[in-house]
Design a binder for this molecule. Structure first.
Ligand SMILES: NC(=O)c1ccc[n+]([C@@H]2O[C@H](COP(=O)([O-])OP(=O)(O)OC[C@H]3O[C@@H](n4cnc5c(N)ncnc54)[C@H](O)[C@@H]3O)[C@@H](O)[C@H]2O)c1
Ligand SMILES: N[C@@H](CCC=O)C(=O)O
Length: 542
């Protein structure tokens, strides 16, 4: 309960530029060469020991150069998962008894290691394994993860310092922010190294022990993150990493009486499947598992007739195509009045066609490849359908090429029917659907957007008319957990725009915020009476 000391105050980590000639660019290029040259050890880590999983093999390749092997995973088996549950249970008593200062120190050291000596290694791993450009790797693997760690320390201390505000005479009330009883199961997505690092460490900071199942396509950066945490002093068994497809791990973890929570980020169907499994097993748990999940999106930009066309164009280009549209926050549908579209269309098409797509180790590219063959096939099918469907007009991009890497050209599709699947289905790729409408129909179109997709993650309004901004904000209040005015709907910053959405987009517990950390504590209220009564009778009894 020691939250009275003063660790360094959190400040957002500045983004390095990687401009030609900069020292960070030289460091990054050296790290890329170093990591590309070898096949990496992607073993499980259970109780601090490396362990070759007993399950099926998964090849981890560079998405932009799919013949280039980075390493091979042996998926964790049920025996590996059982060993991890045991290691988490063994580590729990000492970890939860440790002072909050000690746990914070581990996390703050991890942040400083990542800001310093580990920065380019983990950035390079994120570029090679997830096909992020230097800038996209920097804002994710370095800055956002450093921010998660530093701000979470600050928020954890606020939570522990939050104590009852009233004491009756002769009484002292206290709150004991206990960790959960059992282990937390953290399951992380391919697209953000920061999310992969945050999901196991947030519950650990609050005193829990964790089973961490990273995404196979993020495993290189995940393995390095695990090494960094060990160097920072994370004790063995507090976080147990189980690579692979997760099927055997879930078989053990979701049926185990000690499952205390799930910390998930990924697709909506996977999250719903996990929740169903928990529901099916509900009578077998010691406690009701906390279920936190941030999931899919179909994120929008809506322009008002007063919109600045340049602001709209840049919001579309960056919002839809950075990291190949593989951010849960990526703009994948836009609604644009005809008068504004007339000023935006040609330049948007020209700029989209000019975006360079390629091997991200060539730092001149704006985009890399999509994550794997499955994603590639899904996007190719969506584009074939767009080319073949009346009412859909592919005005930029629309082509794919997987001869060397999983490349999908950034694509703009004009669609006359806003109920077409282009406007409702999450493809999770660089495909932006645009619905052009008559200016006079603005209010009708916005009202239709309220329920046109099942998600509610991010959205943006582009307008100069203040009344329009206010009206859209009110009308679309429940359509986005993160709402942007005159900006792209991506790029939330920890401590500034707490991130998460509702409806089919998740439980909206807001990653990197006190509300998330609260889910990993089970408070105990303690009342101490200094001079206790010694007579059971009340005055009214005479
Ligand atoms: N809302 C957010 O904050 C947020 C952030 C990032 C990504 N996402 C969403 O994530 C999705 C993309 O990520 P993805 O492709 O990695 O998602 P995914 O659902 O395919 O996989 C997520 C994780 O779940 C694992 N998994 C799948 N089935 C499992 C099972 N039965 N047991 C255990 N683990 C299992 C995967 O291996 C992976 O580690 C998109 O839908 C995107 O919108 C959301
Ligand atoms: N927080 C990130 C998205 C994370 C999901 O992929 C953003 O705001 O762009």
């Amino acid at each position: 309960m020691d939250a009275t000391t003063h660790p360094p105050a959190p400040v957002n980590e500045p983004n390095l530029t990687y401009a030609p000639g900069s020292p960070e660019r030289a460091g990054l290029e050296a790290a890329l060469v170093d990591l590309e040259g070898t096949e990496h050890d992607l073993s499980a880590v259970v109780g601090g020991e490396r362990r070759t999983g007993g399950g099926r093999e998964i090849r981890v390749v560079q998405p932009h150069d799919h013949q280039h092997l980075l390493g091979t995973i042996r998926s964790a088996s049920t025996a590996d998962a059982e060993a991890a549950v045991g290691a988490a249970a063994d580590a729990a008593p000492e970890w939860r008894a440790m002072s909050l200062d000690a746990r914070c120190a581990v996390i703050l050291k991890a942040a400083d290691l990542l800001a310093g000596p580990w920065r380019q290694r983990i950035n390079a791993a994120t570029m090679l394994g997830q096909s992020k450009t230097a800038f996209q790797a920097e804002i994710d693997a370095a800055c956002e993860l450093i921010d998660f760690w530093r701000f979470n320390v600050h928020f954890a201390r606020q939570i522990v310092a939050d104590q009852p505000i009233a004491n009756s005479p002769g009484v002292w009330n206290r709150s004991d922010h206990r960790p959960l009883e059992g282990f937390v199961y953290a399951i992380t997505p391919f697209n953000f190294t920061a999310i992969a690092g945050n999901l196991p460490t947030a519950p650990a900071l609050m005193g829990n022990t964790v089973l961490w199942k990273p995404s196979p396509t993020q495993q290189l950066a995940a393995s390095l993150t695990m090494q960094l945490l060990e160097e920072a002093g994370m004790p063995p068994g507090v976080i147990n990493m189980l690579p692979g497809d997760g099927l055997d791990v879930s078989e053990v973890a979701l049926a185990h009486p000690d499952l205390a929570g799930i910390h998930f980020t990924g697709s909506t169907p996977t999250f719903q499947h996990l929740w169903q499994q928990v529901g099916a097993n509900i009578s077998g748990y010691r406690s009701y598992p906390r279920i936190v999940g941030e999931t899919g999106g179909k994120d929008f930009i809506v322009a008002h007739p007063s919109a600045d066309p340049d602001v709209l164009r840049v919001a579309m280009l960056r919002g839809a195509f950075e990291f190949q549209g593989q951010k849960c926050s990526a703009a994948s549908r836009a609604y644009v009045p005809r008068s504004v579209w007339a000023q935006v269309r040609d330049r948007l098409v020209a700029d989209t066609e000019a975006l360079s797509v390629g091997d991200v180790t060539d730092l001149s590219h704006f985009m890399g490849a999509v994550i794997d063959d499955r994603a590639f096939a899904k996007h190719r099918t969506a584009l074939e359908r767009a080319h073949a469907t009346d009412g859909l007009d592919v005005v930029a991009g629309g082509t794919t090429d997987d001869s060397t890497g999983y490349f999908v050209r950034p694509t703009v599709v004009e669609g006359s029917d806003p109920t077409d699947e282009m406007f409702t289905t999450e493809y999770f790729g660089p495909i932006l659907a645009v619905h052009v409408f008559e200016d006079a129909d603005f209010e009708r179109v916005v009202r239709g957007m309220e329920s046109s997709a099942p998600y509610a993650l991010t959205g943006a309004v582009i307008a100069r008319d203040r009344r329009a901004i206010e009206w859209v904000q009110r009308e679309l209040r429940f359509t986005a957990g993160n709402f942007y005015v005159n900006d792209k709907p991506t790029g939330a910053v920890v401590g500034q725009q707490p991130f998460g959405g509702a409806r089919a987009s998740g439980t909206n517990d807001k990653a990197g915020a006190p509300s998330n950390l609260m889910r990993w504590t089970s408070p105990r209220s303690i009342k101490e009476t200094f001079v206790a009564p010694t007579d059971h009778r009340y005055p009214h009894m005479g």
